[in-house]
Design a protein around this ligand. Structure first.
Ligand code: AMP
Ligand code: MG
Length: 401
């Protein structure tokens, strides 16, 4: 067996960053910038008011309460077509341009307009600049807004839109194929025949890929047949940036995925000192990374988390500190037992947040076939080799949501 970090390093070494692409911001969420974005214009583009109220000359209201003549109204979106002369005020709405002559805004709550709207009484004095948002206060022209390697969140996309940047150069989204293998696998509502089960891994893995920001490609179910598997893998590597297979990589007589990958790929077969997901096949077929994930449903998910997701994130340009899920501290709210076996166990757990930290309980049956506990899990708890953890023990968590 090899330690987890060694297996992860081997996988990451075989995953190269994809090429760059210019994509519309509507399709860029979660992708990583491959350019330095500089501001082509100021944000805000002009001095404007942060409040509904009256634009005034600060000096005019120094001896408030005072009454000023209303010279006009400025709405957001209109050009500043009125000037504020001495003794005057302009009614102004949030976001509207500060009109020439004004140097402050009095919020509407501190004013009272006459019934004929000819004058306004201002009840308090305000300093120069009051409630004025200055041009360029967020971004100035030429300023570096994003460096390469920035993961684009909704806020980033908003910043780009605010600058009129509707396209951005990023590392390409990985197209990742998923195929499940096994003669026992069926799909559909029909009653199961003898020995049959329904394919769950393919759906799980396609959804995990979508969640990881990849473009999932469904390559279907493949029977335990050498030729069919070889054809499936070749099609996959011809059309995708990476490939996930499920099943057929253990020691069984019909584990042909292993045989085929050995023939057509440059694979390493690892026994990783973890449970679940000890066996891992990783390598390249025609230069395309292929993850041979185990068939047991929990194992395939944990293997995806620990190996495929980090590798795919590297491929999509994520900086190194964003490849793995960060370990988060929690505390056991009940014992979680295990046996010493030289492996690190990843237990499926539920967490809640109490007294400023995560409280951790088992999510249910810990067998690698018990997918319902994986579905119920908020996190994987890292159980170091030994006999497990007691109530009150500190525990390291990989939060999954
Ligand atoms: P294998 O890795 O092919 O030896 O499969 C290990 C276990 O996982 C067996 O019990 C399989 O029936 C099960 N299994 C394999 N593929 C899937 C799948 N796509 N969905 C659900 N269970 C699967
Ligand atoms: Mg099988």
């Amino acid at each position: 067996m090899i330690p987890l970090n060694e297996a992860q390093e081997r996988v990451l070494a075989g995953c190269q960053v994809l090429d760059e692409a210019v994509v519309p911001i509507g399709r860029a969420r979660g992708l990583v910038t491959a350019e330095t974005v500089a501001a082509p214009e100021m944000v805000p583009p002009f001095d404007n008011t942060a409040m509904d109220g009256f634009a005034v000359r600060s000096a005019d209201v120094a001896d408030a309460p005072v009454t000023l003549a209303i010279a006009g109204t400025l709405a957001a979106g209109s050009a500043p077509h009125v000037t504020v002369g001495p003794g005057q005020a302009v009614r102004i709405m949030t976001g509207a341009v500060i009109p020439p002559g004004a140097d402050a805004v009095v919020m509407v709550e501190l004013t009272e307009a006459a019934p004929d709207d000819a004058t306004v009484m201002v009840s308090e004095s305000v300093p120069v600049g009051n409630h004025i948002r200055r041009a360029g206060e967020d971004l100035v022209v030429g300023q570096t807004v994003f460096e390469p390697g920035e993961v684009l969140t909704p806020g980033h996309l908003g910043v780009l839109a605010s600058l009129g940047r509707y396209q951005v150069r990023v590392y390409r989204r990985a197209r990742v194929g998923v195929m499940s293998t096994g003669d026992e696998l069926v799909e559909g509502p029909e009653p199961l025949g003898a020995g049959q089960i329904r394919d769950s891994n393919r759906h799980t893995l396609l959804a995990l890929l979508a969640e990881a920001g990849c473009e999932p490609v469904d390559l279907g179910r493949i029977p335990d047949d050498e030729e069919a598997i070889a054809t499936g893998i070749r099609t996959g590597v011809d059309t995708c940036d990476a490939l996930l297979t499920s099943g057929g990589v253990s020691m069984g007589d019909y584990d042909y995925v292993k045989k085929v990958l050995n023939e057509i790929g440059d694979m390493s077969w690892m026994q990783v000192a973890i449970k679940p997901a000890k066996p891992l096949a990783f390598g390249r077929v025609e230069g395309i990374p292929v993850f041979g994930l185990p068939g047991n449903p929990v194992s395939s998910m944990v293997s995806f988390e620990l190996f495929a997701r980090p590798g795919l994130r590297k491929m999509m340009g994520h900086p190194a500190d964003g490849w793995h899920r960060p370990p988060v501290a929690g505390r056991m709210a009940e014992p979680l037992r295990r046996r010493a076996d030289g492996k690190t166990h990843f237990a499926r757990v539920r967490v809640d947040y109490a007294d400023g930290r995560y409280r951790v309980r088992s999510a249910g049956g810990q067998g690698s076939h018990q997918l319902s506990a994986m579905a119920a899990a908020d996190a994987l708890a890292v159980l170091p080799d030994g006999d497990g953890l007691d109530t009150g023990d500190d525990v390291s968590l990989l939060i999954l949501r």
